[in-house]
Write a protein that binds this ligand. Structure first.
Ligand SMILES: [Fe+2]
Ligand SMILES: [Fe+2]
Length: 179
């Protein structure tokens, strides 16, 4: 169909709504809010892993610093995937550090840095598990009402479960990890 065939009103609505059509069954405002909240936990996770990578200098566990760095990179990618989806749904990602900290804190996620490598690993494991619970809950609530967001969340959830599992395995395999 030629673009001339559409009324100005229809074109205006298409421009305003972008990817959201009448087939979209979720509440975009609510999804945006949830995505911003999950993104706040990703930014917090990124900061925590970067801090731990900086502080992990143990000769007993030389690979841990690299592992923390690799996790940090992935957390930032998760935050970017969520930011992109927030924008597609007509919202904007929260960028104020104060607001990000406040949103993450409402679910008990705040950056921690214990004095030993073992404590850092435990802190990371706990944060990953909080995220696993949060993503799982939201995916379940969302159902099939927004298939694209659901797919993105499931991909991030799989990475997050892998991180939690790796950290738990690491703790099981080492009885004494010093900083
Ligand atoms: Fe993540
Ligand atoms: Fe993670």
């Amino acid at each position: 169909m030629s673009p001339d065939a559409y009324t100005a009103e229809v074109v205006q609505q298409a421009m305003a709504q972008g990817a959201i059509t009448e087939a979209y069954q979720a509440d975009p405002e609510q999804v945006i809010q949830e995505l911003n909240w999950l993104r706040a936990t990703e930014v917090t996770s990124y900061l925590q892993y970067k801090q731990h990578a900086c502080m992990a200098v143990s000769l007993f566990a030389p690979g841990l610093k690299d592992d923390f760095e690799a996790h940090a990179t992935l957390e930032l990618q998760h935050a970017d995937v969520l930011a992109q989806r927030i924008q597609q749904l007509g919202g904007g990602p929260i960028y104020s550090p104060v607001e990000i900290a406040a949103q993450a804190a409402t679910v008990g996620v705040r950056p921690e840095q214990g004095p030993t490598l073992r404590e850092m690993i435990i802190e990371n494991l706990m944060l990953e598990r909080q995220q696993v619970a949060a993503y799982t809950t939201f995916v379940r609530e969302l159902g099939e009402r927004d298939p694209t967001t659901r797919r993105l969340l499931l991909e991030i959830l799989a990475d997050t479960e892998r991180h939690a599992s790796e950290l738990a395995d690491y703790l099981k395999s080492t009885t004494d990890v010093r900083p």
